[in-house]
Ligand binder design. Structure first.
Ligand code: NDP
Length: 332
């Protein structure tokens, strides 16, 4: 059983060398006195939050990984053996699993049975899994979008951002995204800019939003958020989905323009998607027909094999991925 192990706790930007690949053995039988399942992992999802689990942090929302053990994350898998009444052999599932070929999953409350297989299975690591739910909850539940509103999305070509932009377009909004390279700026939004080439974010936002921003879907935090605060309309909403520009900094940057929140009567709300999984069936009802009818498209960046998983994960922090970063394992 090949697996990706965390070598040691990380501080600053994670590197490929903080992880290594090692061989082990696993019993492909779930203990009968448990609610566990044994799975064969098919796709693993690379997600920015995993960097927190690579650090030794106190008081964080999720526990750190243990050096020497395989790292864990979202994935798509096939059940090989089950002692759990809700899962049986050959079921396809998505949820929390290990970064290894085969996993014994004992915590099954974040494991979902896959019912629809007429769509690519890897989508359950992206548009039909955690990132899709994140876009859906942040945009629809938190931002209450209305037709004709002005929407700005950062990390616009990523797993979450590309969907938010498409949802906003379908809602009849005007949408601008920003991303870190020109080849990423092609996701069907009204406008897009490369924040690395245009470091005066305030000027860029004034150009694209002469009348201001109604909804900001924040994936990056930091200086981009600060510039957005200067360009909001009255009653604007900000979904604070993530702040990837701050995750690896020793000293997070300050945000200076918070007075706008009072003056423009803005609602700014952070959220964690796993508090909203009860809405997953409602999301599936909306998104599956959209996928089947081609109303949304989903760009994936699939790395092949566990040996390429560490590079794929750390690539999120330099913007190497174009679309949702997934690792294919055992897919032959
Ligand atoms: P992405 O697929 O968007 O990948 C991360 C992207 O972030 C990179 O491709 C890169 O694109 C961009 N990025 C990296 N470093 C920086 C930086 N310093 N400044 C600006 N952009 C940067 O990831 P996800 O879509 O999976 O996640 C997007 C955000 O959503 C993250 O902040 C994540 O933590 C958050 N999230 C929150 C959840 C929640 O429950 N609240 C759940 C899931 C995700 P580029 O080339 O544009 O720089």
């Amino acid at each position: 059983n090949m697996k990706v192990i965390l070598k040691h706790y990380v501080s600053g930007s994670p590197q490929e060398t903080d992880m290594h690949l090692t061989a082990g053995t696993i019993k492909l039988k779930a203990p009968t006195d448990s609610n566990a399942v044994v799975v064969k992992n098919l796709f693993l999802s690379c997600d920015p939050y995993m960097v927190f689990k690579m650090m030794k942090l106190d008081r964080h929302y999720s526990e750190s990984y243990t050096p020497g053990l395989p790292i864990t994350g979202y994935g798509v898998a096939k059940v090989l053996d089950s002692s759990h009444p809700d899962f049986k052999n050959d079921d396809l599932v998505w949820g929390l699993t290990g970064w290894e070929e085969y996993s014994l999953i004992t915590e099954t409350n974040h494991l979902f049975k896959i019912q629809h297989t007429d769509v690519p299975l890897s989508y359950y690591a992206g548009i039909l899994g955690m990132p899709g739910m994140t876009a859906y909850i942040g945009f629809y539940e938190l931002c209450s979008p209305k037709t004709g509103e002005y929407v700005f999305v950062s990390a616009a070509s990523g797993a979450v951002g590309q969907l938010v932009g498409q949802f906003a377009k379908l809602q009849g909004c005007y949408v601008v995204g920003c991303a870190g390279s020109n080849e990423k700026n092609k996701f069907g939004f009204d406008e897009a800019f490369n924040y690395k080439e245009e470091p005066d974010y305030n000027a860029a936002l004034k150009r694209f939003f002469p009348e201001g921003i109604d909804i900001y879907f924040d994936n990056v935090g930091g200086k981009i958020l600060d510039a957005v605060l200067l360009n909001l309309r009255v009653y604007a909403r900000i979904a604070v989905c993530g702040m990837i520009s701050q995750y690896n900094l020793e000293q997070p940057e300050g945000v200076h323009n918070l007075t706008s929140i009072v003056m423009k009567q803005v609602r700014m709300q952070g959220y964690l998607v796993f508090d909203y999984y009860h809405l997953y069936p409602k999301y599936l009802q909306m998104i599956l027909p959209m996928i089947r009818e081609g109303k949304v498209v989903y760009v994936e960046d699939i790395a092949d094999g566990l040996e390429n998983a560490p590079a794929a994960l750390v690539g999120l922090f330099s913007g190497r991925n174009i679309g949702k970063q997934v690792v294919a394992v055992n897919c032959v």
